[in-house]
Design a protein around this ligand. Structure first.
Ligand code: ADP
Ligand code: MG
Length: 322
């Protein structure tokens, strides 16, 4: 059991950023409207995620650490809808199999629970009192998988992978207030007031947010909405393009390309726009089940989507004479 958890961990947990992603997604799934992320040494020393979500029932805390024991799929039909971010029930057991995990949780009624796992073993479980929500502390990541440990990059690199993920999740959920703190320094705080442009401003700065244009478009299959930078505001990498599909950030080369091509010849060679594009579509036309980390997705009718995106951007820039 611990071995198979470790094998699953190899798929799900590549680096500290993967732990952050899984914990924060769980906090989102729990219906939190406030999520605080605290790191030491880019998560190599510790990762802590505190939420104010629904918490875990006392009698379900240990079950949450068993593989495929997700609470989020109750029927085969659900598999095709996947409204929640997590649906495989692999993250917690995987992380607990290769680290030290202390999870404290309360549903707000009755007494809370505190469990401690290390290397897949339950070390300790106690009753505790905390307010409603869940607090997960991960330390000693990869202590028993030296190969993984060796593969990690510098603190700076690991931290940039974490901020990248947290930024994208924050952009996906303007209604949730996020904070990210690294070695005592606050790197990000969003208000949770539901305004995407405000989140863009929190992440990329007020000056940049002022140089974003709102775009919108729809056809029979898709609805797109978001913000794109004016052609004067570009970046040297594609990293400032975020694509969200039904509230989940995804990687899809064709969509990034469509965004860029919407600018026509307005972009200098080697320069890329900043963009946050939300796509809404029938979940039945998405296949999110391609990879365990679920970032790579396949979309049917993809050309109809990429055309819509390019056209929405092109039209907006043309309309503003930009
Ligand atoms: P999945 O998210 O795929 O269901 P996980 O291993 O990430 O699987 O989590 C296992 C279960 O633990 C979840 O289904 C959920 O019931 C519970 N859980 C984990 N994190 C939280 C949290 N922050 N708040 C409430 N419940 C949680
Ligand atoms: Mg999960």
């Amino acid at each position: 059991e611990i071995l198979s958890d470790q094998i699953a961990a190899g798929e799900v947990v590549e680096r500290p950023a993967s732990v952050v992603k899984e914990l924060v997604e769980n906090a989102v799934d729990a219906g939190s409207d406030r999520i605080d992320i605290l790191l030491e040494e880019a998560g190599l020393k510790s990762i802590r995620v505190i939420d104010n979500g629904q918490g875990i029932n006392s009698d379900e805390v240990q079950i949450a650490f068993r593989r495929h024991a997700t609470s989020k799929i109750s029927s085969r039909e659900d598999l095709f809808k996947v409204a929640t971010l997590g649906f495989r029930g692999e993250a917690l057991p995987s992380i607990a199999s290769i680290a030290d995990v202390v999870l404290t949780t309360s549903t707000g009624s009755g007494v809370g629970q505190k469990v401690h796992y290390r290397g897949g073993d339950l070390v300790d479980q106690n009753e505790t009192s905390i307010r409603q929500g869940t607090d997960v502390l991960v330390t000693d990541l990869f202590f028993n998988t030296p190969a993984r440990l060796k593969y990690l990059k510098s603190v700076q690199t690991e931290l940039s992978k974490i901020t990248d993920i947290v930024n994208r999740i924050a952009l996906s959920y303007p209604d949730i207030s996020f904070s990210l703190n690294h070695d005592g320094r606050e790197l990000l705080r969003t208000t949770g007031r539901g305004d995407l442009l405000q989140v863009i401003s929190n992440i990329y700065g007020v000056q940049n947010a002022r140089k974003m244009e709102h775009i919108q478009g729809q056809n029979v299959d898709f609805e797109v909405e978001g913000y794109i930078s004016l052609p004067e505001l570009t970046r040297a990498s594609r990293n400032y393009i975020s694509v969200l599909l039904n509230g989940r950030y995804i990687k899809n080369y064709a969509i990034s390309k469509a965004i860029i091509s919407g600018y026509g010849s307005k972009l200098m060679v080697g320069r890329y726009p900043m963009a946050v594009i939300n796509i809404k579509m029938d979940p039945l036309l998405v296949d999110v089940n391609v990879h365990p980390t679920k970032q790579e997705v396949r979309i049917s009718q993809e050309p109809s989507l990429t055309n819509l995106i390019s056209k929405s951007i092109y039209d907006q820039l043309a309309q503003e004479n930009l």
